[in-house]
Design a protein around this ligand. Structure first.
Ligand code: THG
Length: 368
């Protein structure tokens, strides 16, 4: 593929100088912002993530801040997850749906206070939807994209690295909880979360000017831990079953099709704009759903188009993310499969742009 032409439309991040000094070799674009995709090579990056700890520029997980007396009401309009018992200090993975129950985003919602939330976005134009709902509903709330850029520490040694910069207290954070930790005289939101199954933290850097000082402090502190710049690993996230909006799901899918039914309670989510639609599909049940798919491959081309899943010459679904797994020795994939063929153990064929492989529906993701 050709190189990307840089311009202001594709936004740099507060950490881009550090990412480039660390030798990033491929970028992708996410929320109109740079997201590093490769440093050494995808397989070396994957092994390093599992063995050590990486510092990730995930500033492209932009925040939508919702603040004001109607913040909680607006949040519940957005999601079919029941938010009534939510607490400040916690993060929540929230499917977001439109009036037909179609997925608009699958962000992490950070509850800072009853009347103040950050919605940490996946890759879709979402600020406009939230502003539109606030405007149309005459809500007493302000909606903006604040100067907040997540930096993730992911990998088995993430606790050790985080403790060196934020103190041992950071080790006590539970999954999807956050606390405030001082850095250069400022208090930063640090959560135990992140887009890998290796464990770690996300630091919500609230002020771009703190970006490079924090990047440098972490890089220095992690020298003898083999800490280095990294990025979300496609191989690792497929093994772990972490979905990618725009790849594994779009507006055309309900959260039930995405396997996100456990985060939905439309009966309780009074005010959710997709409530009626989801009550209906929750009753009927989906007719296709996301499944882990093992591919009998030695190597795979990039999955940059949907790969048809076939059974007896008929199309029964599609693979939307795939990679050769070094640790499992076969291809790992995420597919949307019709009900008739979604049982674990079902044998299928997957058609890539180059060739056809045997494939099998799995019971669970590899690292789940
Ligand atoms: N962190 C933050 N923002 C994000 C992501 C993130 N925005 C974009 C993208 N990632 C959103 N998508 C996901 C997908 C999965 C998870 C988080 C965000 C995730 N899932 C866990 C799992 O499936 O094991 C746990 C979910 C739960 O139990 O609540 O972490 O990574 N800030």
């Amino acid at each position: 593929m050709a190189l990307m032409a840089p311009s202001l439309r594709v936004r740099r991040t507060p950490f881009s100088d550090g990412v480039e000094a660390a030798g990033v070799t491929a970028y992708t674009v996410y929320n109109r912002m740079l997201l590093p995709a490769v440093f050494c090579d995808p397989v070396k990056d994957y092994h390093h993530l599992k063995r050590a700890v990486q510092i990730w520029d995930v500033a492209c997980e932009r925040q939508v801040e919702v603040r004001g007396p109607d913040a909680a009401r607006l949040m519940q309009m957005l999601t079919p997850r029941d938010l009534r018992c939510t607490q400040p200090g916690q993060c929540y993975y929230v499917p977001i749906v439109d009036g037909t129950g179609g997925m608009l985003n699958d962000p992490v919602a950070v509850k800072l206070a009853e009347d103040r939330w950050w919605i940490s976005l996946a890759d879709s134009d979402f600020l406009l939807w939230v502003k539109g709902l606030a405007q149309g509903g005459h809500l007493d709330v302000r909606v903006k994209e604040p100067d907040v850029s997540p930096l993730a520490l992911q990998g088995s040694l993430a606790d050790d690295l985080a403790a060196r910069v934020f103190g041992d207290r950071v080790r006590d954070l539970r999954f999807f909880r956050f606390g405030y930790f001082p850095f250069q005289g400022r208090d930063l939101v640090v959560a135990r979360s992140g887009y890998s199954k290796q464990g770690g933290f996300e630091i919500y850097v609230e002020d771009s000017a703190l970006g490079m000082p924090l990047w440098n402090a972490l890089t220095e502190a992690g020298r003898d831990l083999d800490a280095r710049a990294g990025c979300p690993s496609m191989i690792e996230r497929i093994e772990g079953g972490l979905l990618s909006y725009g790849n594994d799901m779009t507006m055309a899918n309900t959260p039930y099709e995405c396997g996100l039914g456990r985060f939905c309670d439309p009966l309780a989510a009074v005010g959710c704009v997709g409530r009626a639609a989801l009550l209906q599909v929750a009753g009927e049940g989906p007719v296709k759903q996301i499944r882990p798919i093992a591919i009998d491959s030695q190597a795979l081309p990039p999955c940059d188009r949907a790969w048809p899943l076939m059974a007896a010459g008929q199309r029964v679904g599609q693979v939307t993310s795939a990679a050769q797994s070094p640790d499992f020795g076969h291809g790992v994939a995420i597919g949307m499969v019709q009900m008739t063929h979604w049982d674990p153990g079902t044998h299928l064929q997957v058609k890539t742009q180059d060739s056809t492989f045997d494939a099998e529906v799995q019971k669970q993701f590899w690292n789940a």
